[in-house]
Design a protein around this ligand. Structure first.
Ligand SMILES: C[S@@+](CC[C@H](N)C(=O)[O-])C[C@H]1O[C@@H](n2cnc3c(N)ncnc32)[C@H](O)[C@@H]1O
Length: 324
């Protein structure tokens, strides 16, 4: 018979992987390789004992397994990852999007859905209309006013976009939004653009250094500012996994110990100037920096700010908003 039996191949490579990974993780890695390299989903993997792969696929699996054994993250090996319902291309020039960031996007979407100021969104137009009919008056009512008054698209900035995960997810979720996504890295922006096209979204990408901004977009009004900027302190390197340190882009991760909030300070200052009344700013943060972030928001003139926890109960997000 031509090719290799899938079940036997799977068992063989799982065994090879279990030299380095616990058994469950080795099985999970094989599952991802088969799904993402060859499109053989979990059901097929379980239900079809006679499935075969060809010689080249067998070779590809062997090469992928070698890379995993060297510590490369599986998402870089397959070149892709999932983020909410998006399939995204990734390479070592972009950070691999994390579950916390999916949560950040979810919280932002919920925050609009649950108030009278609901932005029309592709998945929840009806629930937005319902909450409007029932007259729930929320704090962010004026955002709807801004949005309706000028009949302009609701403008969103995503600062430090990386793979484009946040920008694309928001662009796909809401209707009539204009999403502008910034990154200092040209290589990251190329990936983010590809991801936007492959996911059928519309985002404007701008290469700029937010610490020394030159883009004219930073002089224009904005309604929602989102950022997951670099926030890991240099001194935290020692506690980090080798597969992050050795493979993910330094520029996406680290900030100096003597100024860990430099990105947040700069982004808040830009937002302070350009945010429409009632506009919001959302950040992902270092779990150790909740209190410092609240002080920073107040210092820059945002009198309302709150820290929100992630699914593991860690202080991970900050939300602040402009007075109405
Ligand atoms: C923590 S990553 C976040 C990537 C993506 N938004 C995500 O959540 O997965 C931070 C991003 O900020 C970008 N970045 C770093 N320094 C920057 C700067 N000075 N100006 C603009 N972007 C910067 C990095 O290239 C990286 O893509």
């Amino acid at each position: 018979m031509i090719g290799f039996n899938l079940q036997k191949t799977k068992r063989h490579f799982t065994e090879v992987l279990s030299e380095k990974f616990p058994q469950r993780e080795a099985e999970q890695l094989m599952r991802i390789l088969l799904e993402d390299l060859f499109g053989i989903d979990w059901n097929q993997q379980l239900m079809n004992p006679d499935l075969r792969i060809d010689e080249y696929q067998h070779y590809q699996l062997g090469e992928a397994v070698k890379r995993l054994l060297l510590g490369e993250p599986v998402q870089y090996v397959t070149g892709m990852t999932r983020f909410n319902d998006l399939l995204l291309k990734v390479s070592p020039s972009v950070l691999i999007p994390r579950p916390e960031t999916e949560e950040l996007v979810q919280k932002i979407c919920d925050s609009f859905q649950n108030s009278k100021s609901s932005l029309p969104c592709h998945s929840a137009v009806e629930s937005a209309a319902m909450s409007f009919q029932h007259g729930h008056v929320g704090k962010r009512e004026s955002m709807a006013a801004v949005y309706k008054r000028d009949n302009l698209p609701f403008r969103i900035w995503d600062i430090g976009t990386g793979s484009g995960c946040i920008a694309i997810a928001l662009a796909k979720h809401f209707e009539n939004v204009e999403v502008v996504a910034f990154d200092v890295s040209e290589a990251a922006l190329l990936i983010a653009k590809d991801n936007t096209e492959s996911n059928g979204a519309k985002v404007t990408f701008v290469q700029d250094d937010v610490l020394h901004p030159t883009s004219d977009y930073f002089n224009q009004p904005v309604d929602l500012v989102v950022s997951n900027p670099p926030y890991v302190c240099d001194s935290e390197r020692a506690a980090m996994e080798a597969n992050v340190l050795d493979w993910e882009p330094e520029k996406a991760l680290f900030v100096p110990d003597d100024d860990p909030l430099r990105f947040y300070r700069q982004i808040l200052a830009l937002a302070k100037k350009q945010l429409n009344p009632g506009g919001q700013v959302w950040f992902e943060i270092n779990e150790r920096m909740g209190e410092e972030m609240l002080s920073l928001c107040h210092e820059i003139g945002f009198s309302n700010a709150e820290v929100l926890e992630d699914f593991a109960g860690k202080p991970r997000f900050v939300k602040t908003w402009a007075a109405e």
